[in-house]
Design a protein around this ligand. Sequence first.
Ligand SMILES: Cc1cc2nc3c(=O)[nH]c(=O)nc-3n(C[C@H](O)[C@H](O)[C@H](O)COP(=O)(O)OP(=O)(O)OC[C@H]3O[C@@H](n4cnc5c(N)ncnc54)[C@H](O)[C@@H]3O)c2cc1C
Length: 490
Amino acid sequence: MKKAVVIGSGFGGIAAALRLRKKKYDVTLVEALPTLGGRARVFEKDGFKFDAGPTVITAPYLLEELFEMFGKDMKDYIELLPVDPFYRVVFHDGKVFDYVGDEDRLLEQIAKFSEEDVEGYKKLAAHARRIFDVGYTQLADQPFLSVADMIKVIPQMIGLENYRSVYSLVSKYIKNDYLRQVFSFEPLLVGGNPNSITSIYLLIHWLERKWGVHFAKGGTGAIISGMRKLMEEEGISIKTSFSVEQIENRGKKVSAVISKEGERLDCDLVISNADPATVYKKMISPDILKKHAPKKVEKRHASMSLFVAYFGTNKVYDNLKHHTIVLGPRYLPLLDDIFEKKVLADDFSLYLHAPARTDKSMAPEGKDAFYVLSPVPNNLSNIDWDVEGPKYMDKILTHLENTHMPNLKENLATSFYITPNYFEKDLQSKDGAAFGLEPRFTQSAYFRYHNRSEEVEDLYFVGASTHPGAGVPGVLSSAKVLDKIIPQGN
Ligand SMILES: Cc1cc2nc3c(=O)[nH]c(=O)nc-3n(C[C@H](O)[C@H](O)[C@H](O)COP(=O)(O)OP(=O)(O)OC[C@H]3O[C@@H](n4cnc5c(N)ncnc54)[C@H](O)[C@@H]3O)c2cc1C
């Protein structure tokens, strides 16, 4: 059996390890941190457990497939619960929009804001579906390894108006400013600026309508635990606290990975779930790199980052829905501050996660658990988070106390936060990006990091910075791309 090492245990890394095992490789998964999951790991503090990252689970079949590959049923490992509404969107002036999957109820919500946009939405949804049929069904798990792969799809992309941004395409069909925000914020969930990201990402809208929004009983961490169990049952070896410092090469071919502590694992093939920018800059001998020489990698645009506050309370806030999008007074100008100007604005938009609304076990009896995230510039901003972090935390908690969570501060049982420094230092991501390489047109599909390295033989990539991109469905699909390009292991 050939030996494969997977570097990193995000959703993409775990899915790749399982797919390689199915191809009869002897697989070892190594992870720098002490726990598995990457952005989907779990934090524990003062008796509370917090999912660190993904909470909106879509396209569950991508997880089911991983169990079915080994003749197993995901339901014996993971229970997925539907979430309704998908999101509650609350505007700065108190107006509320419930974003639901059922079309009739969704149209009622739209009519509440603007009767004339009901017909516009129907056209928008039809357009999103056409984009989904191409961008997701045909292309999400296809390798984009050559220019020809890209050229083939360009006519379809032009036909679907993918040269427009998500916001621009939504605005073509919808006139009401509130509704334009509702139907364009989703690219933020994969690190893209709605005002510049290609409208191909409107497919997220149809993906959610088609398969719904789910939450795992016990939290996203329970999905990672279920996948870990499957890996162990299938004989995948797992090493945590193993931070790869070097991918050794003989000639142009990989031969081993070496940890910070000097532990060496010989192998025939390496799949990196770690950030490709970090891999090319720090783990590979620069002598064999041209296209991905450190200076060139440095120029590529990292996505925006996040400030995430985790907190538990001594009371239950059952006025909140599971997912609340709290939009501030400015939309496009705030996006501009985050993505282009890279400044920390005085106002913010937030996503508030209240998992105990769907699963009571997510908080200790009589208490409640939350996280709230705010998109912020990546570390090219030079914001000093040691100074700004505590102030920003206080500002967010004050805002929540004044709007959605009365007496929040006096009821806090625990709290802590992460900043872009967490993504840069703990997760080893270039510029502290929360979502890897920014999903702009010039960094999508063929222009994204390829799933197979063009310069280092038997080095492959999986995860957010590769095709098709960030988000749980994206990174699980990137593992499917690998399935198509990696040969059998024996
Ligand atoms: C706060 C937050 C909320 C999100 N919410 C959602 C959501 O609701 N729904 C959704 O679909 N998506 C969401 N996302 C996006 C989604 O979580 C990510 O795109 C996805 O989980 C990334 O998976 P990945 O496979 O790229 O690996 P990652 O999760 O990025 O993991 C990579 C792993 O590689 C490890 N690693 C790095 N360098 C080394 C090294 N040198 N040696 C060994 N290991 C190394 C890291 O420690 C890490 O564990 C969210 C992201 C964040 C940050």
